[in-house]
Ligand binder design. Structure first.
Ligand code: LLP
Length: 434
């Protein structure tokens, strides 16, 4: 397994943030999500320091769907970043964290009236309008409250980036945004511009997630600049902002050549500056929205091995005390992971095993038929790169309680999210009348 951030081998025991995982297991139990705070902060710094230009303002908007907790909002504030949300629940979490709501940008292809009301009441930074219906809804909510709101329009720029089918977002038939190939686009923008309750900021795009092909992002820049120029000229308006979305790919296994944040941010900036010059477009602000590349490698999941089972059919299972409830990605996207026996890093013997969870589901697998250090009952298995879309996509299937999330840094651990209790699991259950 590749080591990330502050991971270290301390006499055969893995430590993260200067804390041995054996101690974390003892104190917080397993399964446990461990977040390497220093690595998150260093990723945030890399984005802030390299996505910068003398020609326009820039902002990094953390895509909160990757992993959202009050602790993340604290870090967003510390690094002067913005944050996005896609639901009332995310908005609420951010609000109660105390973050300035001007830093919040609201997404979603079907925001409810209640969610739009929350956005207006909270006074968030901007709304990313997805479609025509939403213009009417937003305008209605603003009119009711006699408030104005800033908004961008999400456009589908038709870039077919190479990634898993379920996380592509820019195909012509995608549910997100309005297509630049659609004749009605100019009319939609005009409708927003003319709406007295909405201040039009510009265009947003997001071509997909876990993308390694940096050419796709460059194509995205070019298309966004050309399209913005075209529409600004057609309507005779100034368009001050563009947002290029997120999606920068990270390392999960040897098959992945991750996007180098520092290098790639600089090349994006160069390209944007050049393209704006070439197309004679003036833009005041350019934003991007990374999620996975900030928290992905910084998170790991620690499990206790319950036992090893050799099946009659030949598959050898390593059973762990979590599974698809804390990491649905292998079942949903055939995602692959690396792992180590974290309490015995010096184990030399390896064997091919399938790491299976404890859910009543055959597809409840975290690693399928890979060579891993030989583990046994009572060992700690650590699966790396679970920081993004692990906790945020977790479930209570089979009434498994969600694990705790602990942040580690400089030899200290702070609990960021408590482990769910059995009471938590039934807090909304009511008896019915018979
Ligand atoms: N901006 C927008 C509008 C998005 O829809 C997303 C991700 C992002 C930013 C952040 O993308 P990132 O930098 O994290 O790749 N559950 C899937 C990923 C879904 C991504 C959805 N949108 C997974 O586990 O791979």
């Amino acid at each position: 397994m590749r080591f990330f951030g502050t991971m270290k081998d301390e006499q055969g025991v893995l430590s993260i943030g200067g804390v041995k995982v054996t101690e974390l297991a003892q104190k917080y139990g397993t399964p446990l999500y461990i977040m390497d705070q220093e690595l998150i902060e260093s990723n945030m710094r890399k984005y802030k320091e390299n996505f910068k230009s003398d020609k326009f303002q820039t902002q990094i908007v953390y895509a909160s769907k990757a992993f959202l907790a009050k602790a993340m909002c604290q870090l967003v504030e510390k690094y002067d970043m913005d944050i996005d949300a896609v639901s009332g629940g995310e908005l609420y979490t951010i609000k109660v964290s105390g973050l300035d709501m001007k830093r919040v940008h609201m997404h979603g292809n079907n925001k409810t009236l209640e969610e739009l009301e929350m956005c207006v009441d909270y006074g968030i930074g901007s709304i990313i309008i997805d479609n025509e219906t939403e213009i009417e809804n937003l305008s209605y909510v603003c009119a009711q409250k006699n408030k104005k709101i800033k908004a961008m329009l999400r456009i589908n720029i038709g870039i077919d980036a190479h990634t898993h089918e379920y996380i592509k977002t820019s195909k012509h038939s995608s549910k997100f945004g309005e297509s630049i190939f659609d004749e009605k686009l100019v009319g939609i923008v005009e409708k927003i511009v003319k709406d007295k309750n909405i201040e039009f900021l510009g265009f947003h795009c997001h071509i997909g997630s876990q993308i390694f092909d940096t050419k796709a992002f460059h194509e995205g820049i070019e298309t966004m600049v050309v399209e913005t120029k075209k529409i600004a000229d057609t309507l005779g308006i100034k368009i001050p902002e563009i947002n290029l979305g997120g999606g920068f790919g990270v390392y999960y296994t040897e098959n992945d050549v991750e996007v180098d944040i520092e290098k790639f941010m600089r090349s994006m900036i160069e390209h944007i500056e050049k393209s704006l010059d070439e197309h004679k477009l003036e833009i005041e602000k350019v934003s991007i929205e990374p999620g996975r590349s900030i928290v992905g490698n910084a998170g790991s999941t620690l499990y206790t091995v319950g036992g090893i089972k050799q099946t009659y059919g030949g598959v050898k299972y390593m059973f762990i005390d979590g599974g698809m409830t804390d990491n649905i990605r292998p079942a949903l996207y055939q995602a692959e992971y690396e792992a180590v026996i974290a309490n015995r890093l010096d184990e030399k013997e390896r064997e091919v095993v399938t790491v299976a969870g404890k859910c009543c589901e055959s597809g409840d697998l975290i690693i399928k038929g890979k060579s891993l250090p030989k583990g046994e009952k009572g060992d700690l298995l650590l699966v790396s790169t679970t920081g993004a879309y692990g906790y945020s996509m977790s479930s209570n299937y089979n009434k498994l309680a969600r694990p705790a999330v602990v942040f580690v840094k400089n030899g200290k651990a702070s609990l960021a999210i408590r482990r769910e209790s059995f009471e938590d699991l039934i807090r909304n259950d009511l008896a019915i009348e018979l």
